[in-house]
Design a binder for this molecule. Structure first.
Ligand code: XMP
Length: 326
């Protein structure tokens, strides 16, 4: 029978066997999955593990600081932070197609990890073969929806599955590959991670890069970051965080509509709110949020975010829509 204790015991043994005396690195995204994967691997191999946090510039407001603070405080893990904002922006320049974006982001993550590996090896003064393992917080639904399951259609390439480059130099360690999100949360809790990490709402590895419909630019990211921060602030203030699974905030950068603000005509972009309820992200329903909360978010976003003159609500379940727009 399934218990979190069994899962932890089995995975710790499997990780020790796989990694042996070598070193491993783990990409931390700030999300639950990579945090729990890292904690499991740390339990198995201690400080043979170094976590790498890639700041790709596609993060939400305050997220980078949170990883540096919360996760390190909770686990004492060795953390390397890499500023890769320019690298990702350059790689994404001119790209609008969602699958192309996902593949570019997946590839750039790996390239950054390879560079980090070289630096970690150099710092440790060890041989080049020393870091051969990359830990990822891949879950069962990521595998299924990237077409890696048993005969399922490829829905989208999750950055850590279908988005990986073919010339991958690392051997992957994926201790959560058979688990669903709620199980991962239980494992995290049992490993002693704090609620701020374990109960965090899901956020995709490719970040805001797949929440801008159209080309990803610095200006658009800044704009979306503002809108997203307002939505999160109001949802938290209304006590709705535990009621919804997550609420993607999406910028329709290629769409414009006419508005009137102050005493003039505007021609701006719409922001989409996509609050959903779900058990495991495989299916989802749109959340029936109170109108006054939605109204407040709309008023604040249109008042406070330049170039946004309309806020719309996505009332599609999954299927037929996916949770993210790309
Ligand atoms: P979709 O859009 O496929 O999303 O209905 C299902 C869940 O997965 C998250 N998601 C991702 N997470 N890397 C991730 O780590 C990805 O590439 C990715 N794509 C989607 C999404 O936020 C939702 O919780």
């Amino acid at each position: 029978t399934w218990t979190t204790g069994n899962v932890i015991e089995e995975q710790v043994a499997a990780i020790r066997e796989q990694v042996g005396t070598k070193r491993a690195i783990c990409g931390l995204s700030g999300g639950v999955d990579s945090a729990v994967a890292a904690a499991l691997v740390q339990k198995a191999i201690g400080n043979q593990l170094t976590c790498v946090y890639v700041d790709h510039g596609l993060m939400r407001k305050g997220e980078t600081e949170q990883v540096e603070k919360d996760f390190v405080a909770a686990t004492g893990v060795q953390l390397k932070v890499v500023d890769a904002q320019e690298r990702f922006l350059n790689a994404l320049a001119g790209v609008s197609d969602p699958e192309a974006k996902r593949k570019i982001i997946g590839r750039e993550f790996i390239r950054v990890f390879e560079q980090a590996q070289a630096e970690i090896v150099a710092e440790a003064g060890a041989g080049g073969e020393d870091v051969a393992f990359l830990v990822q917080g891949t879950l069962y639904p990521d595998v299924v929806e990237s077409g890696g399951g048993t005969g399922t259609a490829n829905i989208k390439s999750h950055h850590n599955v279908g988005g990986l480059p073919e010339d991958l130099e690392f051997e992957l360690v994926e201790p959560l590959r058979q688990l669903f999100k709620d199980e991962v949360r239980m494992v995290g809790q049992q490993l002693g991670l704090p609620d701020e990490i374990v109960q965090r709402q899901p956020f995709p590895g490719p970040g805001l890069g797949i929440r801008i419909v159209g080309e990803v630019t610095k200006e658009r990211l800044d704009l979306l970051r503002e809108a997203d921060a307002i939505a999160r602030e109001e949802l938290t203030a209304a006590g709705l965080d535990r009621e919804i699974w997550q609420c993607p905030v999406v910028l329709l950068a290629d769409v414009r509509s006419v508005g009137v603000q102050g005493d003039g005509r505007t021609y701006g972009h719409p922001i989409v709110l996509r609050p959903v309820s779900s058990e495991d992200a495989m299916t989802a329903d749109w959340s029936r949020l109170p109108y006054d909360v939605l109204g407040k978010i709309s008023t604040r976003i249109t008042n406070e975010v330049d170039e946004v003159n309309r806020v719309v609500l996505d009332i599609t379940s999954k299927p037929p829509g996916t949770i993210e727009w790309e």
